[in-house]
Design a protein. Structure first.
Length: 507
């Protein structure tokens, strides 16, 4: 019956010759987002030096994008189901490129935070639309698994392309140039996508409920903000009030969805143990990893003294492992089982993070490179299979909303991870013993200490920097240990929740 409602799901569309070319456009959108996320970490020391943000502002620059995108993903995924996923993808890509210019030319920490927030609005349109279009272009489960593997592998490749390209640009141009690399990618995506992507939407979507949009945005931002503030500065009444407001908004959002005839998000999706288990696994996995990822570039550059390009190349094993594992994940899940592949991947990440707890300033690259490779393999296996499970659990017309739930888990995990694990690093760092006369800014961030050292006598500056670097590494070690515990617990949870879950074998 559905074949008469939307051209993209006719039998001819199942094997349409242009489906792989259409996929290439979708992975460009993924590349756009992945590159932007990774170059920010690499550019952080330069942003710290030029804009002189406080430690709190630096964390906001790092996670406000995730805050906004987490709050809007469900709304934008649902909007794509209604107005057309191709339309919202191309419009979002155009806005993403334009707002990247604002990021590049920000002159104050406040302007940078605002530009990152606007980028989150545009970014919220991209990821749900790409996964939803894959669900509607590829109807054969085996082809869809491969397409999702390529989609995930491209995201992982972006984590390598971003640091390497960004490292080259940072060595030759100012830090804003790392955001301008989005423009040519955006241009190709839009020009080719207009001609190759099929349009798809829910044939009977109902209205886009603006109160639900507001409740989702207020709820997600309120919860994540409260967690971040509590982790950074301890519990306080204003923080508690914001958290309670967020919780109340999310409660109202859920209640409203259960009463609407055409909800923004069908809450019955969570009745599937496989769907809920995959979403929870994604959220906790990213939470456990993201703090490490955010601070790793600073460790490589500011602690070990690597140049930006060298630091980017040092992170390459993670992307290589994720690309290789992502392409094989679907086949492995069918040969063994979904829970074996997902739980095994998560356990591998947890063990790799545990190995990083012994890192110190003089740790050689073999340990770092091996740990990053294992993290990449584990992430490639788990994320590819959980994405497949999530998409396979829902009807095609709800693909945008389901994809948005998957991406919300990812972005919420990233925001919480940077907030919690990042605050652990910052909290341990701030207490480092410093010689008399050390500027207060040195205790805000390691980048601030590097800047403060330039105004101090040589011997005093060297003593202060040694102490600051040791404290930063200690904080990174503690955060890695917490991340390892989260990942190992998540592996156990996934093993229980994904019991009996299988990927499809036929169309």
């Amino acid at each position: 019956m559905t074949s008469t409602l939307q051209p993209v799901i006719t039998p001819e569309a199942v094997k349409r010759p242009g489906r792989w070319l259409a996929l290439s456009v979708l992975v460009l959108a993924v590349l756009l987002v992945a590159v932007d996320a990774t170059v920010l970490g690499l550019a952080t020391p330069y942003i710290s030096e030029d804009l002189a943000p406080s430690g709190t502002q630096l964390l906001w620059i790092g996670d406000v994008y995730s805050f906004v995108i987490a709050g809007l993903l469900v709304s934008m995924g649902s909007l794509g189901d209604r107005v057309g996923r191709k339309r919202i993808l191309l419009g979002g890509a155009t806005a993403f490129g334009a707002i990247s210019v604002l990021n590049a030319y920000a002159t104050t920490p406040e302007a940078m935070i605002a530009a990152r927030a606007l980028l989150g609005v545009a970014g919220a349109t991209l990821m749900p639309a790409t996964l939803a279009l894959i669900r509607n272009i590829f109807h054969d489960p085996r082809e869809r698994s491969l397409a999702i593997g390529i989609w995930g592998a491209t995201a992982s490749a972006g984590t390598a392309v971003g640091p390497i390209t960004g490292g080259f640009l940072l060595e030759h141009f100012w830090w804003g140039s790392v955001f301008l690399i989005n423009l040519p990618v955006m241009a190709v995506l839009v020009l080719v996508g207009v001609r190759t992507l099929p349009e798809s939407r829910n044939p009977n979507p109902g209205p886009w409920d603006l109160p639900s949009v507001a409740l989702s945005l207020v709820g997600m931002i309120g919860i994540v903000y409260a967690v971040k503030e509590a982790a950074s500065h301890g519990p306080a009444w204003p923080t508690l009030a914001v958290g309670l407001l967020g919780a109340a908004a999310l409660y109202g959002f859920v209640r409203r969805q259960l009463t609407l005839p055409a909800p923004l998000l069908d809450m019955r999706l969570f009745g599937s143990r496989g769907f809920s288990g995959a979403v929870l696994a994604d959220l906790l996995t990213v939470l456990g990893m993201s703090g490490l990822v955010f601070f790793l570039s600073q460790f490589l550059q500011l602690v070990q003294g690597r140049r930006p390009l060298e630091a980017g190349l040092a992170e390459l094993p993670a992307a290589v492992g994720a690309v290789a594992a992502g392409l094989l994940a679907g086949r492995a899940a069918r040969r063994f089982s979904v829970r074996t592949v997902v739980s095994g991947g998560l356990a591998a990440i947890g063990l790799a993070l545990a190995a990083l707890t012994v890192v110190d300033r003089s740790t050689g690259y073999p340990l770092l490179g091996a740990a990053l490779l294992v993290v990449g393999v584990g992430a490639g296996l788990s994320f590819t299979v959980t994405s497949d499970v999530i998409l396979s659990s829902v009807p095609k017309e709800q693909a945008g909303a389901a994809s948005a739930v998957s991406e919300t888990a990812y972005e919420l995990g990233a925001a919480l991870g940077i907030a919690v694990l990042g605050s652990i690093v910052t909290g341990v760092y701030r207490d480092f013993p410093a010689p008399p006369g050390t500027p207060e800014g040195a205790h805000e961030s390691l980048g601030g200490a590097m800047q403060a050292a330039s105004t101090m006598p040589t011997a005093q500056a060297e003593t202060m920097l040694n102490s600051a670097r040791d404290a930063f590494v200690n904080g990174l070690s503690v955060a890695s240990g917490v991340g390892a515990a989260v990942l190992l617990a998540t592996a156990t949870t996934a093993w229980l929740l994904l019991k009996g879950q299988r990927l499809g074998n036929t169309g």
